[in-house]
Design a protein around this ligand. Structure first.
Ligand code: PMP
Length: 430
């Protein structure tokens, strides 16, 4: 018998800050004690007490095939037997670059890194180096990792913890970041009219997944494209979360808007620590060793990670994958709305492909950060814990999107809806 969650968390806190290696894992937003997991297979997680959960977090997105997919495990095992790291070029990296460029027509050249944070941080440095400008425009509620210039009113963990900006980020760095309202095209136009010739880059989640799930409003991404083109600024789509997920070619395929630079992560590593940034060749060629903008990484393009990522990308490239994922997700969100109606509970769902969001609110729709903030997070927390009790693992924060995988069966969705029926029933009387 292993330690219970409580005792293990107490033990963890003695040697790990807050007991966790990434803040949102600590359940601060939803209350209670984090679960310590031991195994993951298909759509299920097993905790250290042997309890099983249907998983809608999927390691925050990467597990599009479900956990422990055979093709990925085989690819990893084969590569581990050859080498775990060379720190020198491999054919696998070339194959990966070719695959990414094929799936994302706006990406002519791509460089691999080890996390989403590294991808966005590097893309921003490159955009600044390319344009010779300093200003960065980002949007409230979007999260792009924890680099200094991005921790300005960040969403996700920072929001749930009630820390809109982080100590440790110099005011002089923050001064170069402008934060606008997501989905507000007029704000963007005004900003460009005022400061266009100083703006190095606009970074945006084309489908926001860090203030729960918020799709782009009609015309929003197009406005960003037009403003950046006119001002000579670099448009960066942060597709770390939605890349390869909302469509095989990500948000750019789904909404038919091309970015100058794209940041990728999660799915591209098939569960291994991988990120990437890529885009127009004239911009990417500014990177060292050919250009003056410095960026590097000892483990970048790591062969085991590349093998895992390539196996994942090849598998999800099969026809019908994204349609299947979307249909399953639709089954879940439709079911949840019907149950909420049955129990007289105000609930809105958003969905883009296999990304989804659940909002407890009387609002007719939720399409902006303000509308997300106006939702009943206390009710979400009770829903979260009720579902957990019933063996359904949702993201432990009302500011995070949920995900489905190919491994989620009709039976999983039925079980989830049966659980939701019971929990929403309890919420309606308390
Ligand atoms: N960008 C987006 C859109 C993300 O969702 C995340 C992480 N969830 C990041 C960047 C940062 O990625 P990482 O946690 O791998 O550093």
């Amino acid at each position: 018998m292993t330690d219970t969650e409580n005792t293990l968390f107490e033990r963890a806190k003695k040697t790990i800050p807050g007991g966790v290696n990434s803040p949102v894992r600590a359940f601060k937003g939803v209350g209670g004690t984090p679960i310590f997991f031991e195994q993951a297979l298909g759509s299920k997680l097993t905790d250290n007490q042997g309890k099983e959960y249907i998983d809608y977090v999927l390691s925050w997105g990467p597990m599009i095939l479900g956990h422990g997919a055979e093709v990925i495990r085989q690819a990893v095992h084969q590569q581990v037997d050859k080498s775990m790291s060379f720190g020198a070029p491999t054919e696998l990296e070339v194959e990966m670059a070719e695959k990414v460029c094929q799936l994302y027509p706006s990406i002519e050249k791509v460089r691999m890194v080890n996390s989403g944070t590294e991808a966005t941080m590097s893309a921003i440095r490159l955009a600044r180096g390319f344009t010779g400008r300093d200003l960065l425009v980002k949007f409230e509620g979007c999260y792009h990792g924890h680099a200094d210039s991005l921790l300005i009113k960040a969403g996700s963990g920072a929001l749930t913890l009630g820390v809109p900006t982080s100590p440790g980020v110099p005011a002089s760095v923050a001064a170069h970041t402008i934060t606008l309202e997501y989905n507000n095209a007029e704000d963007v136009k005004l900003c460009f009219a005022e400061l266009g010739d100083k703006i190095a880059a606009v970074i945006v989640e084309p489908v926001a997944g860090n203030m729960n799930c918020i799709p782009p409003a009609d015309g929003f991404l197009e406005t960003l494209r037009e403003c950046c083109t006119q001002a000579g600024s670099v448009l960066i789509f942060d597709e770390v979360m939605c890349g390869f997920r909302v469509a095989l070619g990500g948000a750019q395929e789904r909404y038919n808007v091309k970015a100058d630079l794209t940041t990728l992560g999660k799915v591209i590593g098939g569960g291994m620590p991988v990120g990437a940034f890529g885009g127009r060749a004239d911009i990417m060629d500014c990177l060292a060793p050919d250009g003056p903008v410095y960026q590097a990484g000892t483990l970048s393009g790591n062969p085991v990670a590349m093998a895992a990522g390539l196996a994942a990308l090849n598998e999800i490239s099969k026809a019908g994958t994204h349609q299947q994922l979307e249909e399953k997700t639709n089954q879940l969100t439709t079911g949840l709305r019907q149950l909420a109606k049955k129990h007289g509970i105000g609930l809105v769902t958003n969905q883009v492909g296999s990304m989804f969001g659940v909002f407890f609110t009387e609002q007719a729709s939720v399409g902006s950060f303000k509308e997300v903030q106006a939702c009943d997070s206390e009710r979400f927390n009770r829903f979260f814990h009720g579902m957990l009790e019933q063996g359904v693992y949702l993201a432990p924060s009302s500011f995070e999107a949920g995900f489905l995988s190919l491994a989620h069966s009709d039976e999983d969705i039925e079980k989830t809806l049966t659980a939701a029926d019971a929990v929403l029933g309890e919420l309606s009387i308390s």
